[in-house]
Ligand binder design. Structure first.
Ligand SMILES: CC(C)(COP(=O)(O)OP(=O)(O)OC[C@H]1O[C@@H](n2cnc3c(N)ncnc32)[C@H](O)[C@@H]1OP(=O)(O)O)[C@@H](O)C(=O)NCCC(=O)NCCS
Length: 184
Protein backbone atom coordinates (compact mmCIF):
# COMPACT_ATOMS: atom_id res chain seq x y z
CA UNK A 1 0.00 0.00 0.00
CA UNK A 2 1.46 3.42 -0.85
CA UNK A 3 1.92 5.74 2.16
CA UNK A 4 -0.88 8.34 1.85
CA UNK A 5 0.43 10.52 4.71
CA UNK A 6 2.05 13.84 3.78
CA UNK A 7 5.84 13.43 3.82
CA UNK A 8 7.78 14.59 6.89
CA UNK A 9 10.83 16.53 5.73
CA UNK A 10 13.41 18.80 7.34
CA UNK A 11 14.58 22.12 6.00
CA UNK A 12 17.05 24.55 7.51
CA UNK A 13 15.60 27.21 9.83
CA UNK A 14 15.44 30.69 8.29
CA UNK A 15 15.48 34.05 10.05
CA UNK A 16 11.86 34.63 8.99
CA UNK A 17 10.81 31.50 10.95
CA UNK A 18 11.86 33.07 14.26
CA UNK A 19 8.53 34.73 15.23
CA UNK A 20 6.80 31.37 14.70
CA UNK A 21 9.50 29.62 16.73
CA UNK A 22 9.01 32.17 19.52
CA UNK A 23 5.30 31.29 19.59
CA UNK A 24 6.09 27.55 19.74
CA UNK A 25 8.72 27.92 22.50
CA UNK A 26 6.10 29.57 24.71
CA UNK A 27 3.50 26.81 24.37
CA UNK A 28 2.94 24.93 27.64
CA UNK A 29 3.67 21.42 26.30
CA UNK A 30 7.06 22.69 25.09
CA UNK A 31 7.95 24.98 28.02
CA UNK A 32 7.53 21.91 30.25
CA UNK A 33 10.45 20.10 28.56
CA UNK A 34 12.50 22.92 26.97
CA UNK A 35 14.11 24.46 30.04
CA UNK A 36 10.95 25.13 32.06
CA UNK A 37 9.38 28.47 33.00
CA UNK A 38 12.80 30.01 33.76
CA UNK A 39 13.84 29.52 30.12
CA UNK A 40 10.59 30.73 28.52
CA UNK A 41 12.09 33.05 25.87
CA UNK A 42 11.06 36.55 24.80
CA UNK A 43 10.89 37.38 21.11
CA UNK A 44 14.16 39.35 21.43
CA UNK A 45 15.88 36.33 22.96
CA UNK A 46 14.67 34.05 20.16
CA UNK A 47 15.77 36.59 17.53
CA UNK A 48 19.22 36.65 19.15
CA UNK A 49 19.77 33.05 20.22
CA UNK A 50 18.13 31.15 17.34
CA UNK A 51 19.45 33.35 14.53
CA UNK A 52 20.84 30.72 12.11
CA UNK A 53 24.20 32.54 11.81
CA UNK A 54 24.56 32.78 15.61
CA UNK A 55 23.73 29.08 15.91
CA UNK A 56 26.25 28.18 13.19
CA UNK A 57 28.94 29.99 15.19
CA UNK A 58 28.11 27.61 18.07
CA UNK A 59 28.19 24.63 15.64
CA UNK A 60 24.43 24.11 16.04
CA UNK A 61 22.27 23.45 12.96
CA UNK A 62 18.57 24.32 13.35
CA UNK A 63 15.76 22.81 11.25
CA UNK A 64 12.04 23.21 10.71
CA UNK A 65 10.10 19.97 10.29
CA UNK A 66 7.53 20.14 7.51
CA UNK A 67 4.51 17.87 7.17
CA UNK A 68 3.78 18.36 3.52
CA UNK A 69 3.69 22.17 3.24
CA UNK A 70 3.01 22.80 6.92
CA UNK A 71 5.68 23.63 9.54
CA UNK A 72 5.04 21.25 12.46
CA UNK A 73 8.21 21.15 14.51
CA UNK A 74 11.70 22.33 15.30
CA UNK A 75 14.91 20.33 15.64
CA UNK A 76 18.58 21.08 16.15
CA UNK A 77 21.79 19.12 15.86
CA UNK A 78 25.11 20.13 17.34
CA UNK A 79 28.73 19.03 17.47
CA UNK A 80 29.03 17.57 20.97
CA UNK A 81 32.82 17.95 21.35
CA UNK A 82 33.73 21.44 22.49
CA UNK A 83 30.12 22.48 23.23
CA UNK A 84 31.40 24.51 26.17
CA UNK A 85 29.54 25.74 29.27
CA UNK A 86 30.05 22.37 30.97
CA UNK A 87 28.38 20.31 28.22
CA UNK A 88 29.94 16.97 27.09
CA UNK A 89 33.35 17.90 28.48
CA UNK A 90 34.72 14.34 28.16
CA UNK A 91 33.82 14.00 24.48
CA UNK A 92 36.89 13.56 22.28
CA UNK A 93 35.22 12.31 19.07
CA UNK A 94 34.51 15.17 16.63
CA UNK A 95 32.00 12.93 14.80
CA UNK A 96 29.44 12.88 17.63
CA UNK A 97 26.28 14.95 17.06
CA UNK A 98 23.65 15.74 19.68
CA UNK A 99 20.00 16.29 18.78
CA UNK A 100 16.92 17.96 20.30
CA UNK A 101 13.44 18.41 18.86
CA UNK A 102 9.86 19.40 19.53
CA UNK A 103 6.46 19.23 17.91
CA UNK A 104 4.65 22.57 17.69
CA UNK A 105 1.10 21.36 18.38
CA UNK A 106 0.03 19.53 21.53
CA UNK A 107 -2.76 17.81 19.61
CA UNK A 108 -0.20 16.08 17.39
CA UNK A 109 1.66 14.38 20.27
CA UNK A 110 1.65 10.59 20.68
CA UNK A 111 0.75 9.84 17.07
CA UNK A 112 4.17 8.77 15.84
CA UNK A 113 5.05 12.12 14.26
CA UNK A 114 7.99 12.74 16.62
CA UNK A 115 9.42 9.32 15.72
CA UNK A 116 9.18 10.24 12.03
CA UNK A 117 10.90 13.57 12.77
CA UNK A 118 13.74 11.93 14.68
CA UNK A 119 14.05 9.29 11.93
CA UNK A 120 14.38 12.01 9.28
CA UNK A 121 17.03 13.78 11.35
CA UNK A 122 18.97 10.55 11.93
CA UNK A 123 18.97 9.84 8.16
CA UNK A 124 20.11 13.35 7.38
CA UNK A 125 22.93 13.35 9.93
CA UNK A 126 24.31 9.92 9.00
CA UNK A 127 24.33 10.98 5.33
CA UNK A 128 27.45 12.93 6.38
CA UNK A 129 30.27 10.35 6.47
CA UNK A 130 32.04 12.37 9.19
CA UNK A 131 29.24 11.55 11.67
CA UNK A 132 30.03 8.53 13.87
CA UNK A 133 27.37 8.62 16.57
CA UNK A 134 24.21 10.49 17.57
CA UNK A 135 23.19 11.23 21.12
CA UNK A 136 20.28 12.79 22.93
CA UNK A 137 19.66 13.61 26.57
CA UNK A 138 15.99 13.71 27.61
CA UNK A 139 14.98 14.37 31.19
CA UNK A 140 14.43 11.09 33.07
CA UNK A 141 10.85 12.30 33.61
CA UNK A 142 10.17 12.77 29.89
CA UNK A 143 9.02 9.23 29.23
CA UNK A 144 7.29 10.19 26.00
CA UNK A 145 10.54 11.54 24.52
CA UNK A 146 12.52 8.52 25.80
CA UNK A 147 10.08 6.11 24.15
CA UNK A 148 10.11 8.17 20.93
CA UNK A 149 13.93 8.01 20.76
CA UNK A 150 13.86 4.27 21.44
CA UNK A 151 11.45 3.78 18.55
CA UNK A 152 13.82 5.82 16.35
CA UNK A 153 16.73 3.48 17.16
CA UNK A 154 18.41 5.12 20.16
CA UNK A 155 19.69 2.93 22.99
CA UNK A 156 19.63 4.04 26.58
CA UNK A 157 23.12 4.28 28.12
CA UNK A 158 22.29 5.44 31.64
CA UNK A 159 21.90 8.57 33.70
CA UNK A 160 24.24 11.52 33.25
CA UNK A 161 24.47 14.89 34.91
CA UNK A 162 24.29 17.84 32.51
CA UNK A 163 24.34 21.59 33.22
CA UNK A 164 20.52 21.36 32.89
CA UNK A 165 20.31 18.57 35.50
CA UNK A 166 19.96 14.79 35.31
CA UNK A 167 19.36 13.29 31.89
CA UNK A 168 19.07 9.89 30.24
CA UNK A 169 21.90 9.57 27.72
CA UNK A 170 20.65 7.77 24.60
CA UNK A 171 22.89 6.87 21.68
CA UNK A 172 22.68 5.58 18.11
CA UNK A 173 26.00 4.60 16.52
CA UNK A 174 26.57 4.51 12.77
CA UNK A 175 26.88 0.73 13.13
CA UNK A 176 23.42 0.56 14.83
CA UNK A 177 21.99 2.72 12.05
CA UNK A 178 23.47 0.66 9.23
CA UNK A 179 22.44 -2.61 10.87
CA UNK A 180 18.84 -1.37 11.24
CA UNK A 181 18.68 -0.64 7.50
CA UNK A 182 19.94 -4.02 6.32
CA UNK A 183 17.17 -6.13 4.77
CA UNK A 184 16.10 -9.24 6.69
C1 LIG B 1 9.19 14.39 22.34
C2 LIG B 1 8.31 14.49 21.10
C3 LIG B 1 9.11 15.10 19.94
C4 LIG B 1 7.91 13.04 20.72
O1 LIG B 1 7.03 13.10 19.62
P1 LIG B 1 5.63 12.30 19.64
O2 LIG B 1 5.07 12.36 18.28
O3 LIG B 1 4.80 12.78 20.77
O4 LIG B 1 6.17 10.83 19.94
P2 LIG B 1 5.67 9.45 19.32
O5 LIG B 1 4.19 9.45 19.19
O6 LIG B 1 6.46 9.18 18.08
O7 LIG B 1 6.13 8.42 20.45
C5 LIG B 1 5.75 8.63 21.78
C6 LIG B 1 5.73 7.30 22.52
O8 LIG B 1 5.76 7.58 23.92
C7 LIG B 1 4.69 6.88 24.56
N1 LIG B 1 4.33 7.65 25.74
C8 LIG B 1 3.66 8.82 25.82
N2 LIG B 1 3.58 9.21 27.11
C9 LIG B 1 4.25 8.27 27.83
C10 LIG B 1 4.52 8.11 29.23
N3 LIG B 1 4.10 9.01 30.14
N4 LIG B 1 5.22 7.02 29.62
C11 LIG B 1 5.66 6.09 28.72
N5 LIG B 1 5.43 6.20 27.38
C12 LIG B 1 4.73 7.28 26.96
C13 LIG B 1 3.62 6.81 23.48
O9 LIG B 1 2.66 5.83 23.79
C14 LIG B 1 4.48 6.47 22.27
O10 LIG B 1 4.91 5.12 22.30
P3 LIG B 1 4.16 3.93 21.48
O11 LIG B 1 4.10 4.38 20.04
O12 LIG B 1 5.01 2.74 21.71
O13 LIG B 1 2.77 3.81 22.06
C15 LIG B 1 7.01 15.30 21.36
O14 LIG B 1 6.22 14.61 22.30
C16 LIG B 1 7.27 16.71 21.87
O15 LIG B 1 7.50 17.61 21.08
N6 LIG B 1 7.19 16.91 23.20
C17 LIG B 1 7.39 18.25 23.80
C18 LIG B 1 8.84 18.72 23.70
C19 LIG B 1 9.82 17.66 24.15
O16 LIG B 1 9.59 16.93 25.12
N7 LIG B 1 10.95 17.55 23.40
C20 LIG B 1 11.99 16.60 23.70
C21 LIG B 1 13.00 17.21 24.59
S1 LIG B 1 14.28 16.01 24.89
Amino acid sequence: MPDARPPLTLRLLRADDLPLLHDWLNRPHIVEWWGGEAERPSLDEVLRDYQPDAMAAERVTPYIAMLGDEPVGFAQSYVAMGSGDGWWEDETDPGVRGIDQLLADAWRLNQGLGTRLVGALVERLFADPAVTKLQTDPSPDNQRAIRCYQKAGFVRQGLVTTPDGPAVLMVQTRQDFERSRRPG
